[in-house]
Design a protein around this ligand. Sequence first.
Ligand SMILES: [Zn+2]
Length: 364
Amino acid sequence: MNTGINRLAWRGNTGAAVVVGMAALILAIMAPLSPVRAEEPGALAAREARHIAASFPGRMAGTSMEDITARYIADRWLEMGYTPRLERFLTGYTFRGDSDDASTHDQRSLVSTNVFAERAGTSGQQIVVGAHYDTRIPTSSRDLERNIGGPELEGFDDNASGVGVLLELAHALNELAPRHTIQFIAFGAEEIGLRGAYEVVNRMSEAERANTLWMVNIDSIITGDRLYFHAGPETYAKDPKAGHARDRSLAIAAELGITAATNPGFNERYPRGTGCCSDQAAFDRAGIPVVNVEATNWELGDKDGYQQTEVSEAFPHGYSWHLVHIDNLAHLEANLPPGRVDERTRDVVRILLALIKELAEIES
Ligand SMILES: [Zn+2]
């Protein structure tokens, strides 16, 4: 149970409280008198994504930086009028010194955190909207040699960008009354095997799973050439209706004049119209229909969605995922097409806002 870590911290510290009070007064005096102009869609998301990447690098599961980021997200939601909740869970991963030599393998336990904010509906059913906030842990000597993950990884694309969108969606929906509850979740420990998402699904009762109508996941929307929306392979194979949120996303994008696509299915391991490999998979496997949003390029490399853009000097592997010197603010802003960050956050926010209003049945 969270709410107001900062508020609690001020108790019994009246000197500091007075200073804060004065600062608030000065800020109030300095505030412009003209009415506050509504921001462009995506502006809050882009600002938060940049801030989270720059201020909280190395948000690795189980580290204090992951925990600080969880509290930061909870504080943003508190400011928006939500009552955020932190849920801790025990998890872990195997560090492989040498991948072929089991004697060098080391089981590491850790505690990670999921952060929740809820806009309550009246139907007893819910929509989950999620994005992971942790960054990659090096899990082998090879990762360390290749500078993959670790305390310097900003994870601007993966996945400060998704968290920025998650925060803006919560902000945009905070005064609307949905028929179905909207559950916003910032997942911890995605990078060691979708652990935060599995924890959420495992803690749900049978009835809660049945009453979860959709899960919308946002992961890595900046680096990739194109914006994609996918259904979940398991739920979609069982029932084509599980592709509805994907199809509506694509239709909304078309109405708004935004180019978006779904996996064309050129690699037989990844069926057409379905995605993989982020937190939505935990929900898909539990029978909950999903739509996941990402930017990549399913027509490059092995056509498995892992190559985000053409190989170039700036992107020697064709992707930014987990690479300390690539997935950071300075490198991406300097090497992606000008305006990419603001354009993508705007596009994703506009599409998802319309989609979630439909799925949660909000009158607007
Ligand atoms: Zn990710």
